[in-house]
Design a binder for this molecule. Structure first.
Ligand SMILES: Nc1ncnc2c1ncn2[C@@H]1O[C@H](COP(=O)(O)OP(=O)(O)OP(=O)(O)O)[C@@H](O)[C@H]1O
Length: 236
C-alpha cells in the first residue's frame, strides 16, 4: 500500500482531533480527503508527513512506518502544508535549490531538476523574483514545485487551491493532475468540483472519524450530488 492508516488517534488535551481512523491508498490512486472545518484532515496529514506524533495507532507511507522509519517515509512524500511556510526573502530558484539540497540532490542533477520544476510549474516568468514578491497563486506553485522536487511516490497536499482565483484553481488542478501521474495523491479540499475533476475515491471525515470511503463512481451511482452526500454525513 502507498498509504496505510490504522486506528490512528490524536488527542490534544481533552480533545480527540482524530479518533481511531483507518484507511488505505493503493499505488496510483488520487483520493480526495473531505471534512468540515476542524474535522481532523490537517492533523491526519501532519502525522503522515512526520510533523506530528500520533497518540496511538499507526501510519505507513510507501510501506515505511512514519514513527519508526521517519527518514525513508519522508523521502517518499511530497508535502504541501495548508499554510505553506515559504522563505519570503529567498529567490524562487534559490529556494528550490536549497530545498533540493535538503533532499540530497546536488550538482547537475539538482540544477536540471530545479529547471524541470520551474518549467512544469509555470514559474519561468517569476523565477528571478523573491518569494515575498509573488502573488498567492505563484507562491502556491513554488510550494508545489518544492513538494515535487525529489520525485516522491506519494503526494500529500493540504488544501492546495485555497484562496486562489478561479483561473489559478484550474491551473493548479492541471498541475496536480500532471505531477500526480503515476503517483499516489491524498489531497484535502472544500471544493466539491475539485474532487469530481481529480479523484478516483473520496474519504470523508467528521469529528475525527471516517464517515465515508467510496469511489466517486459508487457515490455517483447513489444519484445524489457529492455536496448532498457531504452535508448528510457531516450534519451541515
Ligand atoms: N495544536 C493544536 N492544539 C490543540 N488543538 C488543535 C491543534 N491543532 C488542531 N487542533 C484541533 O484539532 C481539531 C482538528 O483540526 P484540523 O486542523 O486537523 O482540522 P481540519 O479538518 O484540517 O480543518 P480545516 O478544514 O479547518 O483546515 C480542531 O478542533 C482543532 O482545533
Amino acid at each position: 500500500m502507498s498509504i496505510q492508516v490504522t486506528n490512528l488517534t490524536k488527542v490534544y488535551g481533552a480533545q480527540r482531533a482524530i479518533d481511531g481512523i483507518s484507511f488505505t491508498l493503493r499505488p496510483g490512486e488520487i483520493v480526495g480527503f473531505l471534512g468540515p472545518n476542524g474535522a481532523g484532515k490537517s492533523t491526519t496529514m501532519k502525522i503522515l508527513t512526520g510533523y506530528l506524533k500520533a497518540s496511538s495507532g499507526s501510519a505507513q507511507v510507501a510501506d515505511f512506518d512514519v514513527a519508526e522509519q521517519p527518514m525513508p517515509a519522508r523521502r517518499s512524500i511530497g508535502y504541501l502544508p495548508e499554510h505553506n511556510p515559504l522563505y519570503l526573502d529567498m529567490y524562487v530558484r534559490e529556494f528550490l535549490q536549497f530545498s533540493g539540497k535538503l533532499y540530497g540532490l546536488s550538482g547537475d542533477s539538482l540544477k536540471s531538476r530545479v529547471d524541470e520544476m520551474v518549467r512544469m510549474c509555470g514559474l519561468e516568468s517569476e523565477k528571478h523574483k523573491k518569494i515575498g514578491q509573488l502573488s498567492k497563486g505563484y507562491r502556491q506553485r513554488v510550494g508545489l514545485a518544492q513538494s515535487f522536487l525529489h520525485d516522491p511516490s506519494v503526494l500529500i497536499l493540504d488544501e492546495p487551491t485555497t484562496g486562489l482565483d478561479p483561473n489559478q484553481i484550474l491551473e493548479i488542478r492541471d498541475l496536480i493532475r500532471t505531477a500526480g501521474k503515476n503517483k499516489t495523491v491524498l489531497f484535502s479540499t472544500h471544493i466539491m468540483q475539485e474532487v469530481e475533476a481529480l479523484c478516483d475515491r473520496v474519504i470523508i471525515i467528521n469529528k475525527g472519524k471516517v464517515v465515508s470511503d467510496s469511489s466517486l463512481q459508487t457515490l455517483r451511482e447513489s444519484g445524489k450530488s457529492l455536496e448532498d452526500i457531504f452535508r448528510s454525513l457531516t450534519g451541515a
